[in-house]
Design a protein around this ligand. Structure first.
Ligand code: GTP
Ligand code: MG
Length: 294
């Protein structure tokens, strides 16, 4: 039997559940998730292995109008993710299908590769709302519409079956024990950002960037020092919190997830630095790994 494989991009507006879906399909947490929009900032790969087949999923930042250089880089990473793919998943929130979702879905409908519309979060819609959403999407030339829940797994088997059936013959792109191409250190930085997104409000979380300063094995312990960038002095005091409580919680939750990820005992120390305008500064963007070329 020939091996089947291919690349499948996951796109859609912010907060619709793309990264949750990627983690579910991959069976591991490779992309961070939060209730805030614009959680994912760059392309994230997650690999699904099945007997005789492999699908490489590419998670992308939510489609939005960029307001900073970082936003532009996020938009570029969506365009890059759409190059050389074998299938496309356009994800929308079934409980909150907007005109913007509909017009965006329409704009990708002309793509040549197999494309599927996913109405996610069906665990929180009434059957009537779901039927209305399906009806609105039916007129687009997508190959299929899948109502799914990335949270409960409902509808995912049918999607997986369909995707496997459209994958062309091809090689195993990634070794079976490699669920993502992101280095462990980057995943750890992302986990810190995830916890920050969960603990912080309003504009504070969007201005956070994480730089790992130290990532060292010392005996049976991994020592990680990381700096959280923020954009204003007032944000720094919010991140630290009363008596250091917020930063302690962010650090403790991130450490627990890092220990699960690496299987190591971790000592994590977090610092906060004010860096006004870092999202528009090429050097800062490079330091944080968002800008790869000049
Ligand atoms: N109830 C419910 N919540 C979901 C489902 N899928 C995702 N969520 C929640 O929706 C929020 C956003 O999920 P993400 O996976 O971060 O969304 P995203 O599309 O990757 O967002 P960006 O990276 O900002 O573009 C999180 O709070 C998830 O827990 C679902 O099927 N049902
Ligand atoms: Mg995401």
């Amino acid at each position: 039997m020939p091996f089947h494989s291919g690349f499948t991009a996951i796109i859609g507006r912010p907060n619709v559940g793309k990264s949750t879906l990627l983690n579910l399909l991959t069976g591991q947490k490779v992309s961070i998730v939060s209730p805030k929009p614009q959680t994912t900032r760059s392309r994230v790969i997650g690999v699904m292995n099945r007997p005789g087949a492999q699908i490489v999923f590419v998670d992308t930042p939510g489609i939005h109008q960029p307001r900073t250089r970082l936003g532009e880089l996020m938009a570029e990473s969506i365009d890059n993710a759409l190059k050389d793919i074998d299938a496309l998943l356009f994800v929308a929130d079934a409980s909150h299908l907007t005109d913007k979702d509909v017009s965006l879905a329409e704009s990708y409908a002309q793509a040549r590769f197999p494309k599927f519309l996913l109405l996610n979060k069906i665990d929180q819609v009434t059957p009537e709302t779901l039927l209305q959403a399906i009806d609105r999407c039916k007129r687009f030339p997508y190959d299929d519409v899948f109502p799914v829940s990335a949270k409960t797994g409902e509808g995912i088997d049918a999607l997986e079956y369909k995707l496997l059936s459209v994958m062309p013959e091809g090689p195993m792109y990634y070794p079976e024990d490699m669920p993502t191409d992101q280095p462990e250190q980057l995943l750890c930085a992302e986990l810190i950002r995830e916890k920050a997104l969960r603990h912080l409000r309003d504009e504070v979380p969007h201005g956070i960037g994480v730089e790992i300063l130290r990532y060292e094995k010392q005996g049976g312990l991994r020592v990680i020092d990381a700096t959280m960038y923020c954009e204003k002095a007032s944000h720094k005091s919010i991140i630290i919190g009363k008596g250091g409580q917020t930063i302690r919680e962010i650090g403790s939750e991130a450490r627990q997830d890092m220990e699960k990820l690496t299987g190591e005992h971790i000592h994590l120390q977090l610092f906060v630095k004010v860096r006004p305008g870092w999202r528009d500064n090429a050097d800062d963007l490079k330091t944080l790994g968002y800008l790869v070329k000049d």
